[in-house]
Design a protein around this ligand. Structure first.
Ligand SMILES: [Zn+2]
Length: 198
């Protein structure tokens, strides 16, 4: 059976047996929290469990690497909507160890695209149109640096109010243990960073 058939079959039963009742909530997050995290499958359930979050507690935004790469992209827009429309007053950026975006190489990924049938010509056309594929497809070297960068992008965004604390954390994808990288209540202190511990 295909994945989609399995899911649709399960879903019918889920709705029929009213399993949804346990998830009742409204659109305003009861902990007034928005979290930007990674799409990694290991933290699909682990992340909310390890943080003690239940359905309705927080707005959860996910992408590859938990990265804010552009001030006017969909992540930043989602965070602003969360703050101004959905009563969020605290933000957490949570990346994780062993992330697929660490060390992601644009050249390797472009090669995989070529192997999948994307022509060199098409890639060149995009480059000639001014699309910087190399920086767009490059991940990060150190997860803590990436978290700090995303936190700064959010904190310094011209439309983000100064009174919204933005925390930066790293979660272990096996144990769920959190490490603080940026304390949003004291954003200029690097008290919890790896460098400070050394
Ligand atoms: Zn990841």
């Amino acid at each position: 059976m295909s994945v989609i058939s399995e899911i649709l079959e399960y879903n019918q039963e889920f709705v029929k047996s009213k399993e949804y009742i346990q998830f009742f909530t409204d659109k305003y997050p009861s902990r007034h929290l928005a979290i930007l995290s990674c799409m990694d499958a290991r933290i699909l359930d682990l992340l909310p469990r390890a943080l003690g979050l239940k359905n309705g507690d927080a707005k959860l935004i996910k992408n590859a690497g938990a990265m804010v790469t552009h001030p006017w992209g969909s992540v930043m827009r989602s965070l602003l909507v969360a703050v101004f429309e959905l009563q969020v007053n605290e933000i957490m950026v949570i990346s994780h160890h062993d992330c697929g975006m660490r060390g992601l190489s644009a050249e390797e990924m472009l090669n995989k695209m070529r192997q999948a049938g994307i022509s060199d010509e098409r890639i060149e056309t995009l480059r000639n149109a001014g699309i910087d594929l190399n920086s767009w497809l490059t991940g990060f070297e150190r997860v803590e640096d990436s978290v700090r960068h995303s936190v700064e992008m959010i904190r310094k965004h011209p439309l983000m109010p100064d009174n919204i604390p933005v925390h930066g954390l790293v979660i272990h994808p096996t144990t769920g243990k959190l490490s603080m990288v940026v304390d949003g209540y004291q954003p200029n202190q690097k008290t919890h960073s790896k460098e400070a511990a050394q």
